[in-house]
Design a protein around this ligand. Structure first.
Ligand SMILES: C[S@@+](CC[C@H](N)C(=O)[O-])C[C@H]1O[C@@H](n2cnc3c(N)ncnc32)[C@H](O)[C@@H]1O
Length: 236
């Protein structure tokens, strides 16, 4: 069965940020292998007047500039108009959105086309929210622009696409996977570093004992660090 490639359209004032990042990572390799298409486009191309203006001062006063809804929507609709496939699921990146979690990433990875809309300055004219399907946040903090958030969404999503990572099992067993636990502690050589030794069970060659130790560690680690995830795991 061939899986259709994921198309990711990007509304960004800095389309050039994406090329070096993509080409130096597995994202670029996914693209070369036809698993992914990236289409960054700038609202500046739809900007107004001689200066191709994309922002304006906020009604009611206040600091900073706000991205204009007409310019943003022109960019969004132009990406749709020449899309080589289905209309993209539109995601507004904003610190006011629902915090991104792995189950949402899995959902995004099932789609054929996504559009990630990156803000700058003081953010968006609120009316743009009527033109998007959902609003996602990286977490409860504020960065300067949506591009960092878009890169995080792309990396998290693309690594789940079949054939992108060499070892598919690694996305099943890791933190926030099917069981909702954090991953167990991992070690590699040297077996002893300063006063720290690798747990003996891992060098025993006893596969069942290793699996059981890892499971216990994952549960304990989750209980200590993320009691709310542990509670959900116990309730299942
Ligand atoms: C400086 S922020 C604007 C914040 C806005 N004034 C507010 O208080 O909600 C500029 C842009 O960065 C992006 N951004 C900032 N923090 C983010 C976060 N936690 N998650 C996703 N995008 C974020 C958004 O696209 C946002 O429009």
């Amino acid at each position: 069965m061939t899986v259709p490639p994921l198309r990711i359209d990007l509304v960004t004032l800095f389309p050039e940020l994406f090329e070096p990042w993509a080409s130096l990572s597995f994202v670029g390799r996914a693209r070369e292998r036809g698993i992914l298409t990236l289409r960054p486009r700038s609202p500046r191309d739809f900007g107004l007047g001689r200066h191709k203006s994309v922002d304006d001062t906020p009604y009611g006063g206040g600091s900073g500039m706000v991205m204009r809804v007409d310019v943003l929507v022109a960019c969004i609709e132009s990406l749709d108009a020449d899309a080589p496939g289905p209309r993209a699921h539109r995601v507004l990146l904003s610190p006011q959105g629902t915090p991104l979690i792995q189950s949402k990433v899995k959902e995004l990875a099932q789609r054929e086309a996504l559009m990630l809309i990156c803000g700058r300055y003081e953010g968006f004219d609120d009316r743009v929210r009527a033109f998007v399907d959902e609003e996602l946040s990286l977490g409860d903090f504020v960065v300067t622009g949506g591009e960092v958030a878009a890169m995080a969404v792309i990396e998290a999503t693309v690594r789940l696409l079949p054939g992108v990572l060499g070892n598919e099992a690694s996305t099943l067993e890791e933190s926030h996977g099917a069981d909702g636990l954090l991953e167990y502690p991992q070690y590699t050589r040297p077996a002893v570093y300063r006063d720290q030794s690798v747990p003996e069970v891992l060098t025993s060659g006893h596969h069942a004992a290793i699996a059981s130790w890892r499971h216990e560690q994952a549960v304990e680690r989750t209980r200590e660090r993320r009691p709310e995830l542990h509670a959900r795991y116990v309730e299942r």
